[in-house]
Design a protein around this ligand. Structure first.
Ligand SMILES: Cc1cc2nc3c(=O)[nH]c(=O)nc-3n(C[C@H](O)[C@H](O)[C@H](O)COP(=O)(O)O)c2cc1C
Length: 327
């Protein structure tokens, strides 16, 4: 299967199959949120602005890394980019391997024209660094689309369940120590929904990452996406539930690297989830799956979901008496 065909299949599976975790949740639903009946602040004075990877965001929210490469992906990326620009949020793109290896796939990632001021983050998988990629491809991934930064995704479980997946993750950390400082742009590390642990955070502390996206369990299980994509059913149901719940991953990474900017993602579904993640040390949050189906329709459909989350974040902060995080 070509990379483009696989990307399209992933989108179809995500739209049609139950690919969320069933036995595992993010943990945010169990986390209490203080209610203050006299918060002593004005809802209108809640401040959501923040800076991430050197760029200003109107709210601490990014559109999660999803796609690129297929025709449908071009529509999805365009709608996501317009929504991000309109709301002043960040945009993470899906894996750019397809456009590095096939020039015709480049157009689907060319979103800068729709999002001139947006924080745009490119994406490639760390497994490619065992297959000849180095800082040159990473830099090209950023510069070919005028992005501001890049996320390296690490996804051993997903690759293991993908037929023909790239499963050589041996001795990657020394390679990353060489590559990351040479990229010349901010580089972040992300999982794809199975979570970064304290041990992983500790292992990469000297690599030079500008931020980590904990991308924990409780939302989309990429192991499930691969299982459904290849077998049309769940062949490995217990394996597909492996992962560190997002709240746990966030706490582990924050405790291990208290000064590292952290993105919380994986199962972020409401503004209250975002408020809780910010109170536990995240600088920003990202959400992917809830925006996929709206992104097949229009920028307005994407904005509706994000505006709801922004409003919920405001209200959550208001009733807890928090005017601003990070002060
Ligand atoms: C359709 C789709 C495609 C994705 N493709 C990528 C990708 O190319 N690179 C990547 O790092 N993550 C990718 N992801 C993973 C998301 O960025 C995110 O880590 C994961 O879906 C968990 O977040 P969620 O529960 O909000 O969906 C994709 C997610 C979706 C839904």
């Amino acid at each position: 299967m070509t990379i483009s065909a696989r990307k399209l299949k992933h989108i179809q599976v995500c739209l049609e199959y139950p690919v969320h975790y069933t036995s595992k949740t993010t943990g945010f639903e169990k986390m209490p949120w203080a209610y203050n009946a006299l918060p002593e602040i004005n809802l209108e004075d809640i401040q959501l602005e923040t800076t991430f990877l050197g760029k200003h965001l109107k709210a601490p929210i990014l559109i999660g890394a999803m796609t690129g490469g297929a025709d449908l992906a071009a529509t999805i990326n365009k709608n996501l980019a317009i929504a991000a620009e309109t709301l002043g949020l960040g945009l993470m793109l899906g894996s750019q391997r397809v456009m590095i290896e096939n020039e015709s796939a480049r157009a689907s990632f060319a979103v800068r024209q729709y999002a001139p001021t947006t924080l745009i983050i490119g994406n490639i998988g760390v497994a490619q660094f065992k297959k000849g990629y180095n800082h040159i491809q990473a830099k090209a991934a950023i510069e070919l689309i005028n992005a501001d930064a890049i996320a390296f995704h690490t996804n051993p479980l997903q690759e293991a369940l993908q037929i023909g997946g790239d499963t050589d993750f041996a001795n990657l950390i020394p390679s990353l120590e060489q590559i990351v400082p040479q990229v010349g742009y901010p580089v972040m590390l992300k999982e794809v929904g199975h979570g970064l642990s304290a041990a992983t955070a500790r292992a990469v502390q000297n690599v030079g990452f500008a931020a980590l996206d904990v991308a924990g369990a409780g939302g989309t299980s990429w192991a499930k996406v691969e299982d459904f994509a290849h077998h049309g059913k769940l062949l490995h149901p217990d394996i597909c539930e492996i992962g560190i719940p997002t709240l746990e991953a966030l706490e582990q990474c924050h405790t291990t690297l208290p000064n590292m900017p952290l993105m919380a993602s994986g199962g972020i579904r409401s503004g209250l989830d975002i408020a809780k993640a910010l109170s536990k040390g995240a600088t920003v949050c990202a959400t992917a799956m809830p925006l996929l189906e709206p992104a097949t329709k229009s920028p307005e459909a994407v904005m509706e979901v994000l505006e709801r989350m922004i409003y919920e974040l405001r209200v959550s902060m208001f009733v807890a008496g928090i005017q601003r995080f990070g002060l």
